[in-house]
Design a protein around this ligand. Structure first.
Ligand code: NAI
Length: 486
């Protein structure tokens, strides 16, 4: 039974509703269910104590419970203040127990956390009696938290945040500070106990590669994002589903006929553009990478500068994982009624913090996670108006999770099957991985795809021995060289 204080969710009485949704999701997550079947007896994660930081949705509930079936102890927080589905969080906490005596997994997540609560929850996931020994991360915040704290201990104190540092960073440092005061040496112990991290998304992976280059990664990392069965499916087909879902639930505006601008044409941008075109929007793409820009043109999209198209855009969606790609001037140039949203990992893609500093800017809450910004338009923009107003979804954070419920189960099954395999690898084969960023072997990537084909009625052809020799691969795979791009 869980200690009554050892979890924090919105409302345990939502557990039954959450359990129904989890039950339905399991049917759509053949990869995770097959891994339960394969490893449920041998329990390869026995002894693993996993600190998880990933959107606390129904699909994540199926992931958490799979890790438990495989023998792990787990503690969980969401990696975004708006993305938790409260009924899923409640169901995971209650587990096989009752609302009065929960017996599931300690979860520290609810929809609409403050930043202070977010970083408090990030701290709580490491509170196993003997400390966490693995991290399962999405965006890198849990990893950053441990490493920032450990660095502060080495430096003899928490650094002071600069005036211009983002609010998020300031709150992170405050949490490190209070945690250190309560338990000196905590972060050094935490960092020393971690055997590895598996990272879910592009932004988190970028952070890990940078740490490794600087020689600051003290444990192995597995880049789950760049398994083909993750980024080429979740980032693309997942967003193709969940972006229009978020737009519809937030605004219910007809997308057909509108001018929609997709900022960035990577995996997520490709899915976003396809979804908007599928709804009949006239889609324009902006890119900084000539290869992705050329791909966009071949796919039939106009490629333009954002400043040139923003004043006539009805919908602008950022997908870059970069900072301030929609700047203050672009926001001031938007036409009244435009909708602006982000599906990249962090909230600084749209410079709302910069806009909020201008005088005369006001913000009205239309409903939760939908705000109307009223903004003066400077005369030097040469526009025929002196004020504008536009809608911002989820305060610039991931709108597909803030305004809707994120990607659907089937595509998350592929992503999370990679996560489970990565955790098994880190726990059972530590000698294979040094303190660097690694990808899962292609055999495992192909295995994840294989696990999902029967559910869709797909029948894979057999490669003959003669054909295998002819193209220089093994009959059982892998079927492509590492440099193949799919
Ligand atoms: P990616 O690297 O494949 O694509 C990003 C693209 O943005 C690149 O092609 C890059 O050239 C372009 N870009 C960068 N700066 C730009 C600028 N100033 N203007 C125009 N284009 C610019 O990355 P991916 O996998 O598409 O991920 C993008 C973001 O979405 C990441 O933050 C990732 O973590 C996040 N993500 C969000 C998901 C969600 O459910 N909302 C799911 C998966 C990933």
């Amino acid at each position: 039974m869980l200690e009554s204080t050892d979890f924090k969710v919105a409302d345990l009485s939502l557990a039954e509703a959450g359990r129904h949704q989890i039950r339905l999701a399991e049917r759509e997550m053949p990869g995770l269910m097959a891994l339960r079947e394969e490893f449920g007896q041998s329990k390869p994660l026995t002894g693993a104590r996993i600190a998880g930081s990933l959107h606390m949705t129904v699909q994540t509930a199926v992931l958490i419970e799979t890790l438990v079936v495989l023998g792990a102890q787990v503690r969980w927080a969401s990696c975004n203040i708006f993305s938790t589905q409260d009924e899923a969080a409640a169901a995971v906490v209650v587990g096989t127990g009752s609302v009065d005596a929960p017996a599931g997994v300690p979860v520290f997540a609810w929809k609409g956390e403050t930043l202070e609560e977010y970083w408090w929850a990030a701290d709580k996931i490491f509170d196993f009696d003997e400390g966490a020994n693995l991290i399962l991360d999405d965006g890198g915040d849990a990893t950053m938290y441990v490493l920032k704290g450990a660095q502060a201990e080495l430096d003899g104190g928490v650094p002071t945040a600069g005036e211009d540092d983002p609010e998020d960073f300031k709150v992170l440092l405050a949490q490190v500070h209070s945690s250190l005061e309560a338990s000196p040496g905590r972060f050094a112990r935490m960092a020393a106990g971690i055997k590895g991290v598996s990272e879910e998304t592009t932004t988190g992976v970028n952070r890990l590669y940078r740490l490794a280059e600087e020689g600051k990664l003290p444990f192995p990392a597995i880049n789950v994002n760049d398994s083909v069965t993750k980024s080429k499916f979740d980032n693309r087909y997942g967003i193709r589903h969940s972006l229009p879902d978020g737009l519809n639930r937030a605004t219910d505006v007809l997308i057909g006929g509108k001018i929609a601008v997709v900022v960035g044409y990577g995996d997520v941008g490709k899915g976003a553009a396809e979804a908007l075109r599928g709804q009949g929007a006239r889609v324009i793409v902006t890119e900084i990478d000539p290869i992705c820009a050329l791909q966009a043109t071949m796919d039939g999209y106009q490629v333009e500068h954002l400043a040139a198209v923003a004043p006539s855009a009805d919908i602008i969606i950022t997908t870059t994982g970069n900072t301030r790609v929609v700047g203050v001037e672009v926001l001031q140039s938007l036409k009244p009624g435009a909708i602006v949203g982000n599906v990249g990992h962090f909230d600084d893609e749209i410079d709302l913090a910069g806009l909020a500093k201008l005088s005369g800017v006001t913000k009205v809450e239309v409903k939760a996670q939908v705000h109307e910004w009223r903004v003066p338009v400077p005369a030097d923009l040469g526009l025929d108006r002196d004020r504008t107003d536009f809608l911002v979804l989820s305060e610039g954070r991931l709108l597909n999770l803030g305004n809707a419920t994120g990607h659907p189960s089937f595509v998350m099954s592929a992503s999370f099957a990679n996560q489970v395999l990565a955790q098994i690898e880190l726990w059972n084969s530590p000698d294979r991985y040094d303190d660097d960023v690694h990808r899962l072997a292609k055999e495992l990537d192909e295995k994840v795809a294989r696990l999902h084909l029967p559910a869709l009625g797909a029948r894979l052809s057999d490669l003959s021995k003669e054909q295998a020799e002819y193209i220089g691969v093994d009959v059982a795979g892998p079927y492509k060289p590492e440099h193949y791009r799919y």
